[in-house]
Design a protein around this ligand. Structure first.
Ligand SMILES: Nc1ncnc2c1ncn2[C@@H]1O[C@H](COP(=O)(O)OP(=O)(O)OP(=O)(O)O)[C@@H](O)[C@H]1O
Ligand SMILES: [Mg+2]
Length: 496
């Protein structure tokens, strides 16, 4: 698979660079280290026990020698006894009397002397290594307490070589044992870690790589296991993250597709409207009073539609053009909108314009027109739906009112329709979220809200219920206008 830079990222990192290889190597190293730590004290202990064995044998030999009649031994017997005990010299100290009990023939210089009664672990380890690494045959002198209490101190002399051989044999045994043990333990630890950690990690990694290739594919979302540990948590978190991402991406592509469709509709609709415009121009020349009355309105509507589509194309799909504000007579605009809406409404819906004739609003004519059209259309549609469902329903009334408080103009659109369904209310002003009736896109109120906010104003659902719905729009004058207005007022006041 490829990453952002277009480089290929392979999943299999090889045994040595992968988690498995690392786990295996580390296990072997740590088991070996453990074995070494155990080996050091055990070899030191082996040496001490071996020497103590010799001391015990030497003591028995000494006791045997002392038991001989007149304590006189033949040279052969003495050699035999010393050989059996594996020592060269044995002497015993009783109280302050030191007595040489047995002594082999020939002179032996003592090369190193060790006192088994005292000594630390560290010195024992050092002594053990001195013995194992000795290059020349040495004679050792050993001092200890006689194990059978035949005296206070026993001193013996012996060749070091048999000790060294025994220690090397022991060391080699331990080494072989260590290797076997490391292989078994490393194998067990490796298998255990592989099952509990490495394999789930590999599953996670594999899943991430696969998901990344196509994040919109819901079937690639990881199915979390039942584990309660950190890996289980990671799997569940990844699952949630992938689910959210997948739905977000799906929504995004839906919106993108919709945007493209809107642009196409926009583009070609403009052409169609232009030809409709040309035809209505011709229509305006017909000498019929009805045609004369409606043709200018038709042309005006088409003009506005073409203008609107061009603006939308120019500013892109998502954003409205900034409002071009001017002082407008709201009553006239409401009349226009109502007249347009009446044409579409059934005869059982009556629209009222209760906007005071002198009320001026500081707004974009086109935007205001669109906002009111959307609100009136919603009201009419709601009332008509009710009337279709229950034929004996009351006559529909939609009223537009307005008043000014300081620099803020409030417009109210009130109907006696069925009210807004409860589940639509929370996201009423969000695009595509509120479509309730069939054929509705759910854009009308979102557009109203956006247009009014661009004026620094606010649209809100004032009340809704089974007796009808009231929307209120507050549009403040622009700040510059406000100041000019106040200045104008002050001048007027001064002039009075
Ligand atoms: N006056 C009203 N009375 C009852 N329900 C309303 C009223 N105004 C809006 N609604 C409800 O709010 C929903 C959202 O309205 P909105 O104008 O945003 O979208 P729409 O009318 O469904 O679609 P569009 O206006 O984009 O064609 C409507 O579908 C309707 O259910
Ligand atoms: Mg609508």
């Amino acid at each position: 698979m490829t990453d952002g830079d277009g480089k290929t990222r392979s999943f299999d990192p090889g045994l040595l660079r992968g988690l498995s290889g690392k786990v295996l190597a580390l296990t072997i190293i740590f088991v070996m280290l453990g074995e070494v730590l155990i080996f050091l004290p055990s070899i030191a202990n082996f040496r001490i026990q071996w020497l103590k064995g010799r001391v015990a044998q030497a003591e028995i030999a000494a006791l045997a020698a002392e038991a001989a009649p007149d304590r006189i031994l033949s040279s052969d017997l003495r050699t035999e006894i010393l050989k059996g005990a594996g020592v060269l010299v044995v002497s015993l100290t009783r109280g302050d009397k030191r007595q040489l009990i047995l002594r082999s023939e020939g002179d032996h210089m003592i090369d190193a002397s060790y006192d088994l009664r005292s000594g630390t672990w560290l010195s024992a380890i050092v002594d053990a290594f001195t013995t194992m690494l000795a290059t020349e045959p040495r004679v050792l002198g050993i001092i200890d307490v006689p194990p059978n209490m035949s005296g206070d101190i026993i001193e013996i002399a012996l060749f070091e070589e048999p000790l060294r051989k025994a220690m090397l044999g022991y060391g080699i045994n331990i080494l072989i044992l260590s290797i076997i043990l490391s292989i078994i333990v490393a194998g067990l630890v490796f298998t255990a870690l592989n099952v509990t950690l490495v394999r789930p990690m590999k599953r996670l990694t594999r899943n991430m790589l696969a998901f990344r290739q196509n994040p919109e594919d819901h079937s690639r979302i990881i199915v979390p296991s039942e584990r309660s540990d950190e890996i289980g948590l990671a799997e569940r978190e990844l699952h949630d993250m992938q689910s959210e991402l997948a739905s977000m991406l799906q929504q995004k592509s839906r919106l993108a597709a919709l945007g493209l469709a809107a642009s196409k509709v926009n583009h070609d609709l403009r052409n169609m409207l232009s030809s409709a415009h040309l035809i209505s121009d011709r229509l305006a020349m017909v000498e019929d009073p009805t045609v004369k009355r409606f043709a200018p309105k038709l042309i005006g509507s088409l003009d506005r539609a073409i203008d609107f589509l061009s603006q939308t194309l120019k500013f892109g799909r998502a954003q409205e053009a900034p409002p071009l504000r001017e002082r407008l007579t709201l009553r006239a605009i409401a009349d226009d909108v109502i007249e347009g809406a009446v044409v579409q409404a059934s005869s059982r819906v009556v629209l009222f314009n209760q906007v005071p004739a002198e009320l001026l609003i500081d707004a974009d004519r086109e935007h205001l027109n669109r906002v009111l059209t959307n609100l009136l259309r919603n009201s009419i549609q709601a009332i008509e739906t009710l009337q279709n469902d229950t034929p004996d329903a009351r006559e529909g009334h939609v009223t537009v009112k307005s008043w000014r408080e300081g620099s803020v103009v409030t417009i109210e659109v009130r109907d006696n329709g069925p009210g807004i369904p409860e589940r639509v209310r929370p996201k009423l002003f969000e695009a595509f979220q509120s479509a309730q009736r069939s054929g509705g896109v759910g854009l009308g109120l979102a557009i109203c809200s956006e247009l009014i906010r661009a004026h620094g104003g606010e649209i809100r659902l004032f009340s809704t219920g089974s007796d009808g719905t009231v929307f209120r729009i507050a549009v403040p004058d622009t700040v510059a206008e406000l100041k000019a207005g106040r200045r104008g007022e002050r001048q007027r006041n001064l002039a009075r």
